[in-house]
Design a binder for this molecule. Structure first.
Ligand code: COA
Length: 254
């Protein structure tokens, strides 16, 4: 079974992160599959909205840390860059259903979605600096624009997480629902029934004022991110994560 599943239901395509045993941490292959699914949906006349969701109890724990260590994405032709490009350029409505943890890119990708529905227990975080990294996915521009400079700086610099209620108050999330998947699917289905060209043009207009600036910031972020990935600060943080997981396993006798 692939770690990214796609299911079409009428004119809504559901794309799900499907690696629950690793909290849906995203690998290089998963980014490639995500980029391909989005690009195909963009070109498929039968698909009018995409629902981004997850299997298991969490949205995603962000980039797979082992993958970061073993295969740091340092070139613009990496699969993560392909995914970020695909999400930035995706022309159709992108609806997300978030439950559990949404870490790193799990939160920053939401800045590109059109409607996000969160479970009341969802937790959001962007601990890039804590890992020796820098914000990505255009978040260094989009997040301060959404919540204000100081609030964004505090969240980026402390690595602290925030709740679904806070995310809604920020405008990162449109709705909170105990059935986040069902509520997000209902919104996707409602939008998919609208006149498709009007919807695509509406999205393009809403996004137009920031599109080029976000693309430029993403490039700059990527350069700094690539350098940071191989830095001592990042290596130490990654090793600490791996060591903690190994110690947890030993303690549990696994
Ligand atoms: N990369 C690789 N594996 C990850 C992962 C990640 N980003 N996040 C979680 N996992 C794995 C864990 O190693 C564990 O697998 P294992 O049992 O085989 O060791 C499994 O997913 C469950 O995670 P665990 O850490 O045991 O759950 P928890 O409830 O104790 O902690 C988090 C949850 C999200 C706080 C913790 O997993 C975490 O900090 N993950 C890293 C998040 C991160 O920094 N992402 C990168 C952002 S750029």
């Amino acid at each position: 079974m692939s770690n990214i599943t796609t299911t079409a239901s009428g004119s809504v395509l559901t794309i799900a992160f499907n690696r629950p045993e690793k909290m849906n941490a995203l690998t290089r292959d998963m980014y490639a599959d995500l980029a391909q699914a989005l690009n195909e949906a963009a070109g498929d006349f039968a698909i009018r909205a995409v629902l981004l969701t997850s299997t298991g109890d969490h949205f995603t724990a962000g980039n797979d840390i082992r993958d970061f260590m073993e295969h740091p994405p340092t070139t613009q032709d990496s699969t993560v860059a392909a995914f970020l490009g695909a999400i930035l350029e995706f022309p159709k409505p992108l609806i997300a259903a978030v439950k559990g943890n949404a870490v790193g890119v799990g939160t920053t990708m939401l800045l590109h979605c059109d409607v996000v529905v969160a479970d009341p227990g969802a937790r959001f975080s962007m601990p890039f600096a804590s890992l020796g990294l820098v914000p990505e996915a255009g978040s260094s521009l989009l997040f301060p624009a959404l919540v204000g400079y100081q609030r964004a700086a505090k969240i980026f610099m402390t690595g602290e997480s925030f709740s679904a209620v806070e995310a809604k108050e920020m405008g990162l999330v449109a709705e909170i629902s105990t059935d986040s998947h069902g509520a997000a699917m209902a919104i996707a289905t409602q939008i998919a029934a609208q006149p498709p060209t009007a919807i695509i043009n509406t999205k393009a207009l809403i996004k137009a004022s920031k599109h080029d600036a976000v693309a430029a910031v993403m490039k700059a972020e990527f350069e700094l991110f690539s350098l940071a990935l191989t830095s001592d600060e990042a290596m130490e943080a990654f090793m600490n994560f791996m060591a903690k997981k190994a110690a947890d396993k030993e303690k549990d006798g696994k």
